[in-house]
Design a protein around this ligand. Sequence first.
Ligand SMILES: N[C@@H](CCC(=O)N[C@@H](CS)C(=O)NCC(=O)O)C(=O)O
Length: 270
Amino acid sequence: MLDLYHHGSSVCAAKVRWGMVEKNLEFNARYIDILKGEQFDPEYLKLNPKAVVPTLVHDGKVVTESTLILEYLDLVFPEKKLTPEDPMAYVRTRFWTKALDEYLHLACGTLTFASAHRHIIRKKLTEEALAEFLASTPADSVTKDWAGRKNQLVAFGFEAPGVAEMVQMHDEYLRKMNEDLQAHRWLASDEFGLADVSLTPYVNRIAMMGMSEWWENGRYPYLEDWWKRIQAWPSFKSSILDWCPEDLTNDLMTYGSKSWSEVKPILGIA
Ligand SMILES: N[C@@H](CCC(=O)N[C@@H](CS)C(=O)NCC(=O)O)C(=O)O
């Protein structure tokens, strides 16, 4: 039995969900509302002491870390593998999953919190509940300094330290995606695979926040073409978009679109 603890606007949960659907794996979806603080429930902390989603429980075995969950699933259920066999395609895939874990994930989390999540949690929580929510984040969470960063992002938005650098870092990786997609049809080779599944939620996040101009108008044409093909992929909508509740989808678009005017100058878009 496979249980996946996840959330509708979690990028790393989305990549695991999509991977499982692509691998034809059935799972019980266990929803953890990370914008209401359900990740701090003592029972959930026993599974995931960092208080983050996703967490996979496979026949009682607990696996955390989204990249490792996908690697685990490819080992345990090799019938339809997402990881390429070709050594260079494998290396290019690992380049992307490593870049996500080391850099891009924090850049995306920072952008999302500064643009939208800071407003969304304020709508959901009273001042008192918000203070408790912020105080509950463990010292070692999304990153070793996430608790402090989250506090600053909620308080100051784009004025919080380091936000511009994170937006620029996000841009650096989108530019690199565009380059790789010029060299081959999908991210790691001419075949769709784990790199595409893993990076999609990060591009989708920008689109859901009304910021697709980031790659449009000739800025990143190969990325734009890939994104169109991803959106047309049969399981994309049901695995990624449909899990995000309607109010959250609307809020991401509303607050994200308003924040685009803050992001554009950082990217040098007129
Ligand atoms: N390295 C972890 C990161 C997990 C993570 O950052 N999850 C976010 C959602 S994408 C989360 O649960 N955040 C909760 C919070 O900020 O309190 C993984 O890949 O699984």
